[in-house]
Every structure is written in C-alpha cells, then in structure tokens.
Design a protein around this ligand. Sequence first.
Ligand SMILES: *[C@@H]1O[C@H](CO)[C@@H](O)[C@H](O)[C@H]1NC(C)=O
Ligand SMILES: *[C@@H]1O[C@H](CO)[C@@H](O)[C@H](O)[C@H]1NC(C)=O
Length: 272
Amino acid sequence: MATASSCSPLVAVLVALLLVAATAPAPCAAVDPVNTYCARNLSGAPAQASVAQVLSELVPRASAGYYATATAGRGGDGSAIWGLAQCRGDIPAPDCALCASAAARQLAGACRGRADARVWYDYCFARYDDADFVGLPDTGYALILLNTQNATDPEAFEKAQRKVMARVAADAGDAGGGGLARETARFKDGVTIYGLGWCTRDITAADCGLCVAQAVAEMPNYCRFRRGCRVLYSSCMARYETYPFFFPLDGGQSADASASAAGDYDRVVLNP
Ligand SMILES: *[C@@H]1O[C@H](CO)[C@@H](O)[C@H](O)[C@H]1NC(C)=O
Ligand SMILES: *[C@@H]1O[C@H](CO)[C@@H](O)[C@H](O)[C@H]1NC(C)=O
C-alpha cells in the first residue's frame, strides 16, 4: 500500500528533494506525532531505567500484535513503570511497526525524566506512567482538533455527521469489533462523511463504547458545522472527515489523500 512506502526514509528523502522550495512534505500518519503530553518528574535513575526497559519491550511486541503492555521496576524503590502501545487496527503492519518505534523514540526524547508520558499519532498511541493505568478508561486529558473550515450546508452536514458518529460509538462498544469502528455515509454533491472510533485494547468493549460515545458527545461543543473533527483521549479517539483517512481506502485513492486534504486545524486542550 502507498502509505507504508511513503513513510520510508528513502522515499521521504526523494519526496523532500522533489518538493524542496515548493511545499512542505505532507505529514506522515505513522511517524509525525499529533500530540505529546508529559507531566510530573520521575523519582530518579532507577525509574528512568525502567522507562527505557518498558519502551524497548513495547516496540517489538506492539509491532507484532498491534497492542502491548509492559512493566518494569519495583514499587518499593519507586522504580515501577507501566507502559502501553496500541496501533489503530486498520493500518498495514509495516505502518504499525514504524509508528510504534517512532512513539517510543518520542516518549524517550520529548518526555525524558518525566513520570507520565503520552504520545498520539494518527496510526498509534503510546504511554508510560509510574502509576498503574492499564485497564482504567481515561477520558481526562483531551486534545480536540477542529478543521478551520465549515462544511457546505452546515446544518444538514451536522445532522448527517452526528448520525455517522452515533453509529461509530455504537460499533465501538461491540465486543466483536476489536476496539475499532468505521462508518461512512454519502452526504450530497459527492461528499462522503468518514467516521472512525478506536480504543486501547486494555479497556473492555463496553468501556470502549462509553469512551467513544463521550468523545462523540464532546464534538458539538467544539466542532459544530466543521468539516472535520478529532477528539483524542488516552483510552480512545473519535474522528470524522470528508475525505478517506482509514483503511480500506476507496478504490484508487491513496492514503496521502488524508494529508493533502487535511487543511488547517485548530487545537483545544481539555484538562491539561
Ligand atoms: C522536574 O525536573 C526538571 C528538570 O530536571 C526541573 O527543572 C524541575 O524543577 C523539576 N520539577 C519538579 C516539580 O521537581
Ligand atoms: C461557521 O459557521 C458558524 C455558524 O454559521 C459561524 O458563526 C462561523 O463563523 C463559521 N466559521 C467559519 C470558519 O466559517
């Protein structure tokens, strides 16, 4: 698929050469972080060593299985660390591997010395903490990305979008869905609405449904009439767009459509 190869360093260099002085290369969904969050300081060197161990365990296991948790260290000396990495279930395996290793690098670099670190990509999510968060639905910290453009015929679009996302939230709670929900609906004038919801696999299907429903319920507060919107929590994410951004892609369209059609987004952070 086009996405995997477009993320490879060689192709990235070629693309950069071709586009030099023309336009910035489109962001790659696997290796350019959408958001990084770091909080609190680690207690010391043993905890920092646990972080390195957890991240090095997460990368190969998440690359192979799309989801992994890992722990290292001991509670007694404050060196215990819990980690989780999750790829979006629809992406090709090479993109999962790229994303998981980019996420580990980002956490180790941007959040060095920190006790609570999280990074979001379009294709994956990773996190570590010095407290055990695994299995606990987390809808505290949130990043909302809203397209700066309104949809055409905004009232009708808003209604259609809410219908799509209500189906996404319902699907996300379905035990057979593996924490991934995709829905599309034809709007009008050739516009299709694409809706996606996904969860980290440590939470139950029921909690996944609730988490995505909460993300979807937040959308009208920030994204009313907007042609695209993302709500990113640490346990789930919900998104709609008017272009294809998840797999399988519509015939003939490349995943680069998601980057070139993305436009500008405003960012809102809740509970920083
Ligand atoms: C956290 O660590 C940074 C860098 O080592 C230091 O500057 C800062 O004061 C620390 N914050 C707290 C609350 O200890
Ligand atoms: C979007 O539509 C709303 C309501 O009509 C309007 O207040 C707002 O200015 C519009 N925003 C843009 C970016 O066009």
